[in-house]
Design a binder for this molecule. Structure first.
Ligand code: 2IT
Length: 447
C-alpha cells in the first residue's frame, strides 16, 4: 500500500511540476490515509485518489485595471474548484504577490478535508490573484475587485461555488466584490461570505477563525490533562486570524507573549492584551504590513528584526501568519525550548520534515485543517443565514462554533485511535476529513 501511495504522489508530481506547496499537502494527506485505503480496496479500484488529487475545474483569467496614475495594470486571477462531493465549492480568495497555481491548489486541496471536518455540507475550492493590496489606494482596491469579479461571476453562485476572504481579502474587498456581483447578475444572494453585517454578513465571522483555533487548542490541552489558563503562548502574524486568537486566549486566561510580521517579531513579556488587541487592528489597517511600531508604542516590549517568534520559550505555539513559517531549524529551536504543543492557525504553517521532527520529539500538533476550520464553518452558517433570509445572533453563532470545534477535535482523535495511531491529530484529521468525502464520491459514481 505504501507503494501505491507513492505511485499517487508520483502522478501528482508529474502532473503539477514546479508546484511544491501543492505537492507538500498531497504528500502529507495521502501518507496519512494509507490505512484507510488498505481497509477499502474499492477506493483503489474506483480511482478515487487519482480523481481526488485532480481539481474538478481550474480557471485562470486576466484582471486588467487602471491605477491612480492612469496606468494600465494586469494581474492574473484564479479559481480552483477542487471537489464538490459533499457540497458546493467553498473557500477563500487570496490576494498576494506570490499567488500562483501551486499556492491556490494547496489551499484548495486542504479546504476539501477542512470543510468535511466541520460536518457541514461544503466542498473545497480556493481562488485569488497575484495582486499586492499593500500600498494601494482604496479606489485602486475597488477597481481591482470589480475587474476580478467581472470574470469570476460566471463561475460562482450560492449553489455552485461560494468564495470568502483569505490573506489580502477582508471585509472591504468582500464588499466591493459583492457589489459588482450583484450589479452584473441582478441577484441578491449568498454568493460570498465574510460580508459586512449590514448586508447579510454573520455576527462573529470576523473572529471565528481565531476563536475556533483557541477552542481547538483548549481541547488538545484538556486531552493531555492540562488547561489554557496561565499558559504562555507564542503567536505569529498580526492579521485577522492572529487577532481573534489573541483575543480568545486572553479571555481564557492565557498570556500571549509574541506577535509577528514580515519585518520580524514582537516579544512582549507583559502580554499582548487590553488596548494592544485593538492596536493590532490599527497596525493592519496602516497598509504597511509591519509590526515594528508596536515596540515604540508599548514600553517593555522588544522588536526582533528579521526573526521569527519560534526562538522564544513558550508553553504553546500558534502560528497565524502563512504557509511554511515553521521549518526544520525552527522546530529544533522549539524542541530545545521544551515545546509541548503546536496548534496551527495559518494554513500549512509547518513543513513536512518539521512536523516529523516535532512528532518524534513528543510535541502534540493540532493541524491547521482541523484547528482553523472555525472560519469556514461560520462561513457555512452565513450561507444558511442568507438562504433562510434571516439573521442569527452572536450567541447563536458562538455556541455553534464551539460545538463544531469540540467535535472536530473529538472526531480527529477518534479516527487516529481507530487506525491504531494513538493520539495523532495530524493523521486523524486527514483520515476523518477523507472518510466522508470518499463515501460521497463512491456513492456518486465516476465523475
Ligand atoms: O482558509 C480558510 O479556511 C479560509 N480562508 C476561509 C474560507 C471560507 O470560505 O470562509
Amino acid at each position: 500500500m505504501a507503494n501505491l501511495v507513492q505511485q499517487y504522489i508520483e502522478i501528482a508530481k508529474k502532473r503539477n511540476p514546479g508546484e511544491p506547496e501543492f505537492l507538500q499537502t498531497v504528500e502529507e494527506v495521502l501518507t496519512s490515509i494509507e490505512p484507510v485505503l488498505e481497509a477499502h480496496p474499492e477506493y483503489v479500484e474506483s480511482g478515487l485518489v487519482e480523481r481526488l488529487i485532480e481539481p474538478e475545474r481550474g480557471i485562470s483569467f486576466r484582471v486588467p485595471w487602471v491605477d491612480d496614475n492612469g496606468k494600465v495594470q494586469v494581474n492574473r486571477g484564479y479559481r480552483y474548484e477542487f471537489n464538490s462531493a459533499i457540497g458546493p465549492y467553498k473557500g477563500g480568495l487570496r490576494f498576494a504577490p506570490n499567488v500562483y497555481p501551486g499556492i491556490i491548489k494547496f489551499l484548495g486541496f486542504e479546504q476539501i478535508f477542512k470543510n468535511s471536518l466541520t460536518g457541514l455540507p461544503i466542498g473545497g475550492g480556493k481562488g485569488g490573484a497575484d495582486f499586492d493590496p499593500n500600498g494601494k489606494s482604496d479606489a485602486e482596491i475597488m477597481r481591482f475587485c470589480q475587474s476580478f469579479m467581472t470574470e469570476l461571476y460566471r463561475h460562482i453562485g450560492p449553489h455552485t461555488d461560494v468564495p470568502a476572504g483569505d490573506l489580502g481579502v477582508g471585509a472591504r474587498e468582500i464588499g466591493y466584490l459583492f457589489g459588482q456581483y450583484k450589479r452584473l447578475t441582478n441577484r441578491y444572494e449568498g454568493v460570498l461570505t465574510g460580508k459586512g453585517l449590514a448586508y447579510g454578513g454573520l455576527a462573529g465571522r470576523t473572529e471565528a477563525t481565531g476563536y475556533g483555533i483557541v477552542f481547538f487548542a483548549r481541547e488538545m490541552l484538556k486531552h493531555c490533562g492540562e488547561e489554557l489558563k496561565g499558559k504562555t503562548v507564542a503567536v505569529s502574524g498580526f492579521g485577522n486570524v492572529a487577532w481573534g486568537t489573541v483575543q480568545k486566549l486572553n479571555q481564557l486566561g492565557a498570556k500571549v507573549i509574541t506577535i509577528s510580521g514580515p519585518d520580524g517579531y514582537i516579544y512582549d513579556p507583559n502580554g499582548v492584551s487590553g488596548e494592544k488587541e485593538a492596536y493590532m487592528l490599527e497596525l493592519r489597517s496602516s497598509g504597511k504590513n509591519i509590526c515594528a511600531p508596536y515596540a515604540d508604542k508599548f514600553p517593555g516590549s522588544e522588536f526582533h528584526a528579521g526573526k521569527k517568534p519560534w526562538e522564544v520559550k513558550a508553553d504553546l505555539y500558534i502560528p497565524c501568519a502563512t504557509q511554511n513559517e515553521i521549518r526544520i531549524e525552527d522546530a529544533k529551536a522549539m524542541v530545545a525550548n521544551g515545546c509541548k504543543y503546536l496548534c496551527e492557525g495559518a494554513n500549512m504553517p509547518t513543513t513536512n520534515d518539521a512536523i516529523e521532527y516535532l512528532k518524534e520529539n513528543g510535541v502534540v500538533i493540532g493541524p491547521s485543517k482541523a484547528a482553523n476550520a472555525g472560519g469556514v464553518a461560520c462561513s457555512c452558517i452565513e450561507m444558511g443565514q442568507n438562504a433562510g433570509h434571516t439573521v442569527f445572533s452572536p450567541e447563536q453563532v458562538y455556541e455553534q462554533l464551539e460545538t463544531i470545534m469540540v467535535n472536530i477535535h473529538k472526531h480527529s482523535a477518534e479516527a487516529s485511535e481507530k487506525y491504531g495511531l494513538g493520539y495523532d491529530l495530524v493523521a486523524g484529521a486527514n483520515i476523518a476529513g477523507f472518510e466522508k468525502v470518499a463515501e460521497a464520491m463512491m456513492a456518486q459514481g465516476i465523475v
